[in-house]
Structures are given as C-alpha cells and as structure tokens.
Design a binder for this molecule. Structure first.
Ligand code: SF4
Length: 104
C-alpha cells in the first residue's frame, strides 16, 4: 500500500477538508511534491518544510485546523509539517492541552 504522503501532494492542508479562504494564502499552496511531508528522521527535510511555515501568513489558521482535524489521533496517524510542527510535536501539543491545570 503506498504511503499517504506519496499519494497526496501537499497543496496546503486542503486535501483534508473543503477549501478555506485562508488556504489560498498559504506559503505551501501549490507545492506539488512531498516537501511538507518529510520523513520523521529527515531533519534537513523538516527544516525545509518549516521554512515555508515560518514565512506563512496563515500559520495560526493552519494550526487551528490541524488541532481540530487531527483531534486525539496517535502520533503515527498524523502526517506532515503543519504550522511548523512535526506530527510528534502536534501530538505533544494535544496531550498538553488535555492535561487539567493544577493551579487553575
Ligand atoms: S503554516 Fe506551513 S503547513 Fe500551514 S499552510 Fe502555512 S506553510 Fe502550509
């Protein structure tokens, strides 16, 4: 079975949901390769993907959509760099947001 990232070119995360207006302004919009889907061990590829996110004017919207779309998915069921974060980092973000605040 082909890996997900080998069959889904990254055209911002619009492949995951209906197109939102913000996606048209994404720095990664129009990429037709796997730039935004580096292997977890590909540190150079991750850095290249993050450079797109670093100059992206809609990274906040991207992160908000990633949080909603990925929900509580496991680390290995998250794909690509989104809002400058790796799948593992987004999983960690989700886990931290779920923890009750001790001092609240
Ligand atoms: S923040 Fe990164 S992944 Fe998200 S739309 Fe922008 S360039 Fe693409």
């Amino acid at each position: 079975m082909p890996r997900l990232r080998s069959v889904l070119p990254h055209r911002a995360p619009e492949v995951l949901a209906g197109a939102s207006a913000w996606r048209q302004s994404a720095a990664c919009a129009g990429l037709l390769d796997n730039t935004m889907f580096p292997e977890n061990s590909d540190t150079a590829g991750i850095e290249i993907a993050r450079r797109f996110c670093a100059m992206c004017p809609v990274w906040e919207e991207c992160l908000a959509d990633a949080v909603v779309e990925e929900g509580g998915k496991a680390k290995d069921n998250r794909y690509g760099i989104r809002a400058g974060l790796t799948p593992y980092q987004r999983h960690g973000l989700h886990a931290r947001n779920r923890k009750p605040q001790a001092d609240a």
